[in-house]
Design a protein around this ligand. Structure first.
Ligand SMILES: Cc1cc2nc3c(=O)[nH]c(=O)nc-3n(C[C@H](O)[C@H](O)[C@H](O)COP(=O)(O)OP(=O)(O)OC[C@H]3O[C@@H](n4cnc5c(N)ncnc54)[C@H](O)[C@@H]3O)c2cc1C
Length: 508
């Protein structure tokens, strides 16, 4: 591999023709196998190609025929329904069984297709907060690489933010949205989103490294050095003599095969990567029970209210950076809602701390693939965050209502975990029927924010270079490797860490 990264094709550089294959039988050997072609996996493969890597094979369980973001293909209403009514999404797939229902049920699951959830996400790119990137939690060298840079290079956060800004057309928020807004007693900043619009329509897409893989015939055209096989599910890591030797797959035609590899990188999203890791570590004798803790999601709740548009801030997405005492940040979206009206959508996103009662556990079976079971629990500190978030939302709404001159109908929250008041409340056919001025509250069930992570932590289970300490040949990427989540949405950090890992694997 060469140590000289080639120019990224992120909208600012030249588009390389796809050079490697996306069809044919699954190769029996690859130098590097990436398991899962979602946000982390495609980013990693693309960055490895930028480093001149050869013989990278990306294996994706879902199909690769449609590489478009859901908000590019569907209207806002339909795309929102695909997310919140997943029975309407043919790609929705939950591979685990929840033992803490209703958490990790409902809309909690994979979007099994090449691109994964990078074809669903909203492009919100916030760096993890200093209080979350604490050296007692994260390896110091990872924190330095993310925030300060090393060897004269800018930090990964700065590099990725610059690329995503260029990809988005020069700015990370809508041109129509003024910078800041003071409202409800809060000073809001624009919410940075790596998105671009299809001019003259309501269609938009969020950044995905897959953008550069879209071949002229619509089929995946991976960069030179990378091959991809879709409809190919990795059942288990092939562990022999204390080392990961490759993976066992079920190919599109239903046959199983082993793919030998020098390096395997798990990018199959948090629960599935953790299932594969727990099975592999138990097989290697490095884990007595195939169970790994630390699984966390964000604690998110909010309210929607239909209001006259006049006195509200200009439509757009805003945020108030996180308060370390609250471990949460406040977000406000103002959506047009018919002539002279707007929908105010307010949410607060906070950190669930990792704990050893929140686990992914496999049940050993005679088969090649061990089923994952998920349990989750809140710590007393998490419950305090939930209470403090509710206080802040109430204060905000009382102040906002006063500023708007409307009666402040009380914000009523029910118990955490109430399925009648979960985040499917924001579905358009529900908000449409809300009486004007009456706020409806909701609280996300754990596992339904799509921000799950933390069960393969860097600096503990993994070395700072993403290698499993107890199993040579195996690495992981994605939010699973965050030692703690902070309050920020994960993907800026996921992209940064995938690019950093590519450099490490390439020896750059
Ligand atoms: C509607 C929505 C909005 C979001 N908005 C934001 C946002 O604004 N900002 C933000 O930071 N984050 C956002 N997210 C979260 C973000 O998309 C995820 O954190 C991110 O996609 C996780 O990346 P990943 O690569 O770990 O998993 P995924 O993107 O889910 O990719 C995992 C891939 O692995 C494949 N796979 C799984 N198991 C196997 C197997 N056994 N064999 C082979 N392949 C397998 C899956 O099919 C999938 O393609 C959003 C998510 C959703 C759904």
């Amino acid at each position: 591999m060469s140590g000289n990264p080639r120019k990224r094709h992120d909208g600012t550089g030249t588009h390389r023709a796809g050079g490697a294959s996306s069809s044919g039988p699954v190769p029996r050997h690859a130098r590097t196998v990436i398991v899962g072609g979602g946000l982390a996996g495609v980013e990693l493969a693309t960055a490895l190609a930028d480093h001149g890597a050869e013989d990278v094979l990306l294996l994706e369980a879902g199909p690769g025929e449609d590489l478009a973001h859901i908000h590019m293909t569907h209207s806002r209403t339909h795309a929102t329904e695909l997310v919140f009514a997943p029975e309407r999404d043919p790609h929705f797939h939950r591979s685990w069984r929840s033992e803490a229902p209703p958490h990790y049920t409902g809309i909690s699951g994979l979007r099994r297709r090449l691109g994964g959830r990078s074809l669903y996400w909203h492009g919100v790119v916030l760096p993890l907060e200093d209080w979350a990137l604490h050296p007692s939690d994260w390896p110091a060298e990872v924190v330095t690489a993310l925030t300060a840079g090393t060897a004269g290079e800018p930090s990964w956060y700065d590099r990725v933010t610059a690329d995503l800004t260029a990809w988005s057309g020069g700015r990370l928020w809508d041109a129509a949205q003024p910078g800041c807004a003071v409202f409800g007693g809060q000073e809001f900043l624009p919410l940075p989103r790596a998105c671009r619009r299809l001019p003259g329509t309501d269609r938009w897409e969020a950044y995905t490294a897959l953008d550069a893989w879209r071949g002229p015939d619509g089929r995946p055209a991976p960069p030179p050095g990378v091959s991809v096989r879709c409809d190919t599910e990795v059942l288990a890591v092939d562990v022999r003599a204390g080392r990961a030797r490759g993976v066992l797959v079920r190919a599109a035609d239903g046959t199983t095969a082993t793919v030998a590899a020098d390096t395997v990188v798990l990018c199959a999203a948090t629960v599935e990567s953790t299932r594969l890791a727990a099975h592999a570590l138990a097989t290697a004798g490095a884990l007595r029970t195939p169970r790994l803790g630390g699984l966390a999601d964000h604690l998110v709740q909010g309210f929607t209210v239909r209001l006259p548009a006049g006195p509200l801030p200009v439509p757009g997405s805003y945020h108030v950076p996180s308060d370390p005492a609250l471990r949460s940040y406040l977000r406000m979206d103002v959506h047009p809602d018919g002539p002279g009206r707007a929908l105010l959508d307010v949410r607060i996103t906070g950190e669930q701390l990792p704990n050893q009662e929140s686990v992914v556990e496999c049940r050993p079976s005679g088969g090649a693939s061990w089923r994952a079971h998920v349990r989750t629990a809140l710590l007393p500190e998490d419950r305090k965050v939930i209470g403090a978030q509710r206080d802040l939302l109430r204060d905000f709404w009382t102040t906002a209502a006063r500023e708007l001159g409307v009666p402040a109908a009380p914000l009523v929250f029910t118990d955490f975990g109430d399925t009648d008041r979960d985040n499917t409340r924001v579905l358009p056919d529900r908000t449409r029927s809300q009486p004007e001025g009456r706020p409806e509250t909701w609280t996300s069930l754990l596992g339904t924010e799509d921000h799950e992570g933390g069960s393969l932590p860097l600096g503990r289970l993994l070395e700072a270079d993403h290698a499993f300490s107890a199993l040579p040949g195996l690495h992981a990427a994605g939010p699973a490797v965050f030692p703690r989540l902070g309050a920020a949405n994960p993907s800026l950090t996921t992209i940064a860490l995938s690019r950093r890992l590519a450099g490490l694997l390439a020896g750059a």
